[in-house]
Ligand binder design. Structure first.
Ligand SMILES: [Fe+2]
Length: 257
């Protein structure tokens, strides 16, 4: 199974950032479309748009409609749950009964679980006791198979950059970490939010942060010729070896498949 993970596109229709953000997003989807074999899914781990506006989501839906693989999205702190839900509800995987963007996809050799860590109080992550109970139910449901969990906020200490913890309180992050370790079936956690590459662990579970695809918001040191080139990751699952991750650097022009 192959998962292309993109994150933090921060689409805006406001100049001067609008053209560059749309360009970064469009080039990234075009690059994913050249992958061979094609990914089974594309997962966007949140901050899809920058201001939560309906017209920004319309642009995001238009850009993602060019993808040749099914796309699943998460909510980031810059997203607006209601507008995100309205924009992507036609795809069928978001619950019509809840605005919370928590769901599981069980159509593949690895079960995918998407978690909603969006807080109404600020930019850091939230995770309630009810969500922990729901996560455990999602882990236990259905046939026993490996599970990959996607979150916007990384549930581990990010030891690069100025801010090491991305949840509102240590208790909230611990609540999520404990739930992730329930039953031992979660084999990987993939996150965004930090805008730079990072790795960590939740107990024995490896966890990673993908850099943002918005090139003007990316953090960390990159060579000057990388300035205009978005970065994303491809996670390939092997039943014997688990996940291996490739970091992809997008060309300045869409590659010809
Ligand atoms: Fe972001």
């Amino acid at each position: 199974m192959i998962i292309a993970q993109i994150s933090d596109s921060h689409l805006t229709l406001n100049p001067p950032d609008s053209d560059r953000r749309i360009r970064d997003f469009t080039l990234t989807i075009a690059d994913i479309n050249t992958l061979e074999p094609a990914p089974d899914v594309i997962v966007h781990t949140g901050d899809i748009v920058h201001n939560g506006h309906q017209d920004e989501y319309a642009q995001a839906v238009a850009t993602l409609s060019k993808a040749c693989s099914p796309v699943y999205v998460l909510a980031g702190n810059k997203d607006n749950r209601r507008n995100l839900h309205a924009a992507f509800s036609a795809n069928g995987y978001l619950s019509p009964d809840s605005e919370c963007i928590d769901y599981a996809i069980d159509d593949f050799p690895v079960k995918l679980i998407a978690l909603d860590t969006l807080s109404s109080q600020g930019n850091k992550g939230d995770f309630s006791p009810e969500q922990a109970g729901h996560l455990i139910d999602l882990i236990d449901a259905g046939p026993k198979k490996p599970i990959a969990v996607f979150t916007h906020h990384p549930p581990f200490e990010v030891t690069v950059g100025p801010d090491r913890f991305h949840f509102e309180t240590p208790e909230k992050m611990l609540r999520l970490r404990n739930a992730l370790q329930h039953s031992g079936r979660v084999i990987a956690v993939f996150s965004g939010h930090v805008h730079r590459a990072a790795e960590g662990h939740i107990g024995r579970i490896p966890a990673m942060v993908v850099p943002c695809i918005a090139t003007t918001l990316r953090r960390g040191d990159y060579p000057p010729d990388m300035r205009m080139r978005p970065v994303y990751q491809v996670h390939r699952f092997d039943p014997a070896w688990g996940f291996s991750t490739e970091t992809r650097i997008v060309g300045e022009r869409p590659a010809v498949p």
